[in-house]
Design a protein around this ligand. Structure first.
Ligand code: SF4
Ligand code: SF4
Length: 495
């Protein structure tokens, strides 16, 4: 589909084909698009509200083809030309507690400007468009869009708990800076309170990780029990240090199953294997199968020239035996880039793995940002479960002792940059920043999105571009959010 080429976030693009297929040709769309005065195409100053779907799309700098189609899609929702659908005030300000230089791009709804002109004209009665179409739900749609465009994205559903920063391994570039000498651990009561809050807030999944979460086995089992008995899906991420022999592997897996654990993830690769042999992973997988796990995932570090690969596991006789023995078990062995936890330290990756202009269109938004809320071992709450987030003040949105999960999620969702990362991903933002400052190099440096994200937050040049130019992306981001989270194909179909 050409929508992908239009530079839309992958997920948004993925949602478009069915809509686009029903739309008239691009030429017809152009004639249906609102007339946008040339002044409206100019950059939108920080702090100024903007409105009108057509203006938004045009100002976003989307290719004319995509803009036309999206304008037409908006018109189909009866968000017709001239009807304000979006207004926001953006302000860059210091995030309290983020330290000197921290920045937080706060999104504030401009309520008076967000009302549907037609609905407003009717003093709260059915809007004119709705009357014309005899579709009261369209009036509702107008108001719903007004209300929702700037509210928190309703996507927080995974709670990640870092039980401890302690670990049996000391991998170079550990994403949580864990090691055997780290003793910071999450207080048991705070952990249980976080789980209870997650249940109340409608979360679906709890991930127990670290460091090595099984170093706090009693607390881990208790927390799994609490979460699973409340109906949450539970997952443990471990390096399988405990699978020294078949019995030990089975006993650990069985105790986790007995507590209610649903999924188990193992981490391995060249760095991990310096501390935990790959054979442990094979024994742990077998123990997990015997204990009754049916969803098992193994994540293998990937850098150029590595010696441990996914095939190291899947081609081994032990693995093949296990698959034959447990045909119902879903054992996923995946490779993931192993990233340095500094944006200026670059690893070598297999060809085509690092982001560049040729593969940028395939880089989507970050599906952890504003979706996963992490409570770290020191109690800080973060807006995602990314690697290296301990070192980014702006990704911290509270402390579990003083902030509720709900407050933390709201705080996170009020930050434009996080919402932007959510829908476009850090690589695209980096590429966009480079169009404004040619000294920003980004191609073929980052294979893992979190390392690109560290660059956004830590490189002063990139930060400056974001600070000074972010308003030009406002329409893009809101439109992508609308497509991802608000667009209701059924209403569009009826309209
Ligand atoms: S095993 Fe995982 S948590 Fe432990 S040091 Fe290695 S990467 Fe970090
Ligand atoms: S890309 Fe950024 S926001 Fe997303 S998980 Fe990584 S660090 Fe977090």
């Amino acid at each position: 589909m050409p929508v992908a080429a239009a530079g839309l976030p992958t997920v948004a693009a993925a949602r478009l084909p069915s809509t686009a297929a029903r739309l008239p040709s691009a030429a017809a769309c152009v004639s249906a698009a609102p007339r946008v005065p040339s002044a409206a195409r100019m950059s939108i100053p920080s702090g100024m509200p903007f409105s009108t779907a057509g203006v938004s799309v045009a100002a976003a700098g989307l290719p004319a083809f995509a803009a036309a189609r999206l304008s037409r899609a908006a018109a189909r929702m009866s968000v017709a030309a001239g009807v304000p659908v979006a207004a926001a005030r953006l302000s860059a300000s210091g995030l309290p507690g983020a330290g000197r230089g921290g920045f937080f791009l706060r999104v504030e709804p401009v309520r008076s400007a967000t009302l549907c002109a037609s609905a407003r004209g009717g003093n709260g009665g059915p809007c004119r468009t709705a009357s014309r179409h005899r579709r009261p739900e369209i009036a509702w749609t107008h108001r719903r869009m007004d209300a929702l465009m700037f509210e928190a994205i309703p996507a927080h559903h995974t709670l990640s708990l870092l039980l401890t920063f302690g670990c049996t391994a000391a991998c170079k570039h550990c994403g949580t800076f864990s090691n055997p000498g780290a003793h910071t651990s999450l207080d048991r009561d705070l952990m249980l309170s976080a789980i209870d809050q997650a249940v109340e807030s409608g979360y679906l999944v709890v991930v127990f990780t670290g460091g090595e979460p099984t170093l706090r086995l009693a607390e881990l089992l208790c927390a799994i029990e609490r979460a699973s008995s409340a109906g949450l899906v539970t997952r443990v991420v471990t390096n399988a240090w405990w699978a020294a022999d078949g019995n030990a592997a089975f006993e650990m897996a069985a105790s986790l199953v007995a507590a209610g654990l649903a999924e188990i993830n193992f981490s391995t690769g060249d760095e991990h294997a310096r501390y935990v042999p790959v054979e442990n992973i094979l024994r742990a997988c077998l123990g997990a199968c015997k204990a009754g796990f049916r969803t098992i995932c193994v994540m293998v570090e990937t850098v150029r020239g590595r010696s441990v690969t996914a095939a190291t596991l899947t081609d081994s006789p032990a693995f093949k035996d296990m698959v034959g023995q447990f045909p119902d078990a879903r054992i996923h062995v995946l490779e993931s880039p192993w990233m340095p936890t500094s944006p200026s330290n670059h690893a070598a990756y297999p060809d085509g793995m690092a982001a560049n202009r040729d593969n940028l269109a395939r880089r989507g938004g970050c599906n952890s940002c504003l979706t996963t809320t992490t409570v770290q071992a020191d109690g800080r709450i973060s807006a995602c479960c990314g690697l290296g987030i301990r070192s980014v003040p702006e990704l911290q949105v509270g402390h579990i002792r003083t902030t509720t999960l709900r407050q933390a999620d709201e705080e996170a969702a009020n930050d434009f940059l996080k919402r932007w990362i959510r829908v476009e991903g850090p690589e695209r933002i980096l590429a966009w920043a480079a169009t404004h400052d040619e000294r920003i190099e980004w191609e073929n440096l980052y294979a893992h999105r979190c390392q690109a994200c560290l660059r956004l937050y830590k490189d002063e040049r990139v930060r400056n571009v974001i600070r000074q130019r972010h308003t030009e992306k406002l329409a893009d981001v809101l439109l992508a959010e609308w497509l991802l989270f608000r667009y209701d194909a059924r209403v569009a179909e009826e309209a």
